[in-house]
Ligand binder design. Structure first.
Ligand code: FPP
Length: 276
């Protein structure tokens, strides 16, 4: 496997140790989804304009993508632009579009060299032609990669996603191709924009807001949530490791009752830890 080189900085030994420790201490989530929030406030706290925060946010995107690939996360979904974000001032929307184009031009080759596949969910057709073209090229270039799926949610909202799935299913029913009685969880999941992606195991939100903000509404049914006060431009790999450590301590029950064996195993390992 080619070494990761998304950043120029030499990966220090300490980081490798932290990663080994994380991978050895429990399950690494297969799919992490992130609500990247706080760019504006980060910039404001430095007396700068909001776009400055978005620019710094791209460095976090790079660092988190690199770290996820290194520790074996298979899917990383980033809420980069929500349907509601179109209501922001035109200057900010334009700056975000320019940043997206510039980042794709700069990083597409790196993603490819590191076996990372770029995919998108959302209404890409609403984006300017240059953005669509750049996305198309980057996705084409990386389409055969399989180390990490980097999924950008662009002009995305959970309600839009569910509405589109409902439209597709009702159309099939109207054409007599689907009996409404056959509609179930799996069929709905298969008609969402995330049909090819497993549901997220861990959802991270930065900047201390306790909201889902119309993100993966259907898909998050059993996701673990992790909220940090840290603004997105300051959310780097060490913060990611903290979130994963918190995830590893959670008991995922998927609605079932606590299994006594799991209880016992946990208690045994706790006693072992205390006595060793
Ligand atoms: C939220 O912060 C962030 C966004 C709406 C955009 C996120 C975009 C990037 C990190 C850069 C582009 C991404 C890629 C994938 C190249 P906010 O503006 O809502 O901050 P605030 O809550 O402090 O106002």
């Amino acid at each position: 496997m080619k070494p990761i080189s998304l950043t120029n900085k030499k990966q220090d030994e300490k980081d490798k140790e932290k990663q080994a420790c994380l991978m050895g201490s429990g399950e690494v989530p297969a799919h992490i989804a992130i609500i990247m929030d706080g760019n504006g406030r980060w910039a404001k706290s430095r007396g700068n304009i909001r776009s400055f925060g978005h620019k710094a946010g791209v460095d976090s995107v790079r660092d988190i993508t690199e770290a996820c690939a290194q520790i074996g996360v298979r899917y990383l979904t980033l809420y980069a632009f929500s349907t509601e974000n179109w209501r922001r001032p035109q200057t900010e929307v334009n700056a975000l579009m320019r940043l997206l184009v510039r980042s794709l031009r700069k990083e597409a080759e790196n993603l490819n060299e590191n076996n990372i596949k770029l995919v998108t969910i959302g209404q890409i057709g609403r984006f300017p032609a240059t953005c669509q073209q750049e996305l198309k090229e980057a996705m084409e270039l990386t389409k055969n990669n399989d180390r990490l799926h980097l999924c950008l949610a662009l002009s995305y909202s959970g309600r839009w996603d569910i509405t589109e799935a409902v439209k597709k299913l009702t159309q099939q029913a109207k054409e007599g191709k689907l009996n409404p009685e056959e509609i179930n969880d799996q069929l709905i999941s298969a008609h969402l924009s995330t049909a090819e992606i497993p549901d997220p195991d861990l959802i991270i939100r930065t900047s201390g807001e306790y909201r889902i903000s119309n993100f993966l509404l259907w898909q998050l049914a059993y996701s673990e949530l992790y909220i940090t006060e840290t603004y997105w431009p300051d959310f780097r790999r060490d913060e990611l490791y903290k979130a994963i450590q918190a995830y590893q301590k959670r008991e995922r029950r998927f609605g079932k009752v606590f299994d006594n064996n799991t209880h016992k195993k946990k208690a045994d390992s706790y006693v072992q830890e205390l006595t060793s």
